[in-house]
Write a new protein. Structure first.
Length: 239
């Protein structure tokens, strides 16, 4: 086991996010998905190793089975992040985690063996897109009619392969990963879309406000400056 300890600064960030995160309504053991996605997306994938070591020190991960489940969830968050930020930073993060993982804790399953871009994949991706976007998807589809490669990628890959697969992370957890990754890239239009999506899948306005504050804490920690971002109140009329 690697004997490095988490930095005082990163520990303060973890504690602050845990305090701010709306755990009573969103659920336990979800806050760390937000931190992992935000820091990786903001250009700090190397911190994933220390973050992982910090997590497995918590009493709820004292058993082998709990650490295996944690690894699957962390890996799935990074797999989903690939569809939002590209492969390099998530790959760097998971390689850093792997380098400090005890040999006995290695988790070697593959969640997407046998995946096919078939009718079922298309249906699942389209259904999740519709749940998040609803009638707003029509305007985007008009663009996709002109730029068909991106329409295909969106339905078959971004949503079909990655974001509509809820076997490890559910829909709410997936949106935590997505919103964090998008905010870290300073993309206000898409931040608005996914704040709206969070509301549509059941997050309250207060939940969204707290989640956005947590993401901002992570991005500030990473030293990334963001331009003006929409708030949930700005998109509430669209929900």
């Amino acid at each position: 086991m690697d004997e490095r300890s988490i930095s005082a600064e990163l520990l303060r960030l973890c504690n602050k996010v845990q305090q701010e995160f709306p755990t009573p309504t969103i659920g336990e053991e979800k806050w760390f998905l937000l931190i992992l996605s935000a820091l990786t997306s903001a250009g700090k994938p190397g911190l994933a190793a220390d973050f992982y070591l910090h997590l497995i020190e918590q009493p709820q991960y004292s058993s082998f089975q709990a650490r295996q489940q944690l690894m699957r969830r962390l890996r799935e968050a990074l797999v989903k992040a690939v569809s939002i930020i590209g492969v390099c930073r998530p790959l760097e993060a998971i390689m850093c985690i792997d380098a400090v993982t005890a040999e006995g804790d290695k988790e070697r399953t593959c969640s997407r063996e046998g995946w096919r871009a078939d009718d079922e994949n298309h249906r699942r991706g389209t259904d999740w897109l519709m749940k998040l976007y609803g009638d707003n998807l029509k305007q985007i589809d008009e663009i996709f009619n002109n730029q068909r490669d991106f329409g295909w990628i969106s339905r078959e890959i971004t949503y079909g392969l990655y974001l509509s697969d809820h076997t490890i992370l559910d829909g709410a957890e997936t949106e935590l990963v997505v919103l964090s990754g998008i905010m870290a890239q300073d993309l206000p239009k898409m931040v608005g879309w996914h704040l709206r999506a969070c509301r549509r899948i059941g997050f309250s306005m207060e939940d969204c406000e707290a989640i956005q504050r947590c993401i901002e804490l992570c991005i500030e920690f990473a030293g990334v400056h963001l331009g003006p971002m929409p708030k949930v109140k700005d998109i509430e009329h669209e929900v």
